[in-house]
Design a binder for this molecule. Structure first.
Ligand code: SF4
Ligand code: SF4
Ligand code: FES
Length: 231
């Protein structure tokens, strides 16, 4: 098959043999090990656990280790590039700093009020808040949703689907005590209200999470807080 790899100097073409059950990560690894050792890319687990192998495959953001060539190849050709909406460090490796800085700006860290001397919190598994918190907790920060989002492309300050999904998870965590502060952090111009509900983040998330639903929840809670005069 013909493989076009996007590098800083432009697309570079390689010829790679097809193999049974071959993934896109296998293809990139073949190129780096057999054809061009200077090719830079990133991966760790190879089994869909770490999220570090995310790249654009035929212009769609995907985990390359979980994407079989058979599913995505078009006319015996594959195009692989670095994740969209991220600065490129080299070849297929992107800089995730801004992406994770935005988790910080969205107050994406847990803030509990209890000490180790107190009893563990008991949270009813069937409660609405617990269910809403659990819905987004499995995010592994791969950046696929962020690469799929057009609002991130248009507005570099937009916090993006992953950071907002994280904020919604914590807004629903009854043990956390920074709920209002977090709502203030995500209710600004670059926050939840900037989302256009395109749903591409949800369509592309390999963990089948729904940042779109999380952002809708944040919009709802931020509006209620505004009406109560708290924002
Ligand atoms: S739903 Fe919102 S966050 Fe998700 S891709 Fe669309 S605009 Fe971006
Ligand atoms: S929400 Fe999904 S696509 Fe986005 S960073 Fe988390 S796991 Fe990846
Ligand atoms: S290498 Fe870990 S998810 Fe692909």
């Amino acid at each position: 098959m013909k493989v076009l790899i996007k590098r800083l100097s432009g697309f570079q073409e390689f010829e790679v043999p097809r193999e049974p059950s071959q993934t896109v990560l296998d293809v990139v690894t073949y190129i780096q090990r057999r054809l061009d050792p200077s090719l830079a890319y990133r991966y760790a687990c190879r089994v869909g656990m770490c999220g570090s192998c995310a790249m654009m495959v035929n212009d769609v953001p995907r985990w390359t280790c979980r994407t079989h060539v058979d599913r995505v190849i078009k006319e015996d050709c594959l195009t692989v590039g670095p994740l969209r909406n991220f600065p490129v460090i080299r070849d297929l490796v992107v800089d995730m700093r801004e992406f994770f800085d935005k988790w910080g700006r969205a107050k994406g860290e847990f803030s509990g009020g209890q000490t180790r001397n107190e009893d563990v919190a008991r949270v009813e598994p069937q409660s609405e808040q617990r269910q809403q918190a659990d819905a987004g907790i499995e995010c592994i920060g791969c950046g696929v949703c962020y690469a799929a989002c057009d609002v991130v492309k248009w507005n570099a300050d937009y916090l993006g689907p992953a950071a907002l999904n994280r904020a919604w998870t914590l807004v629903n965590d009854v043990r956390d005590n920074k709920g209002l502060e977090r709502l203030r952090a995500v209710a600004g111009d670059a926050g939840c209200h900037a989302c256009h509900n395109h749903v591409s983040c949800t369509e592309r998330c390999p963990k089948r999470l729904s940042p779109t639903a999380a952002i809708a929840g944040l919009k709802r809670e931020a509006s209620k807080a505004l009406l109560r005069g708290e924002l």
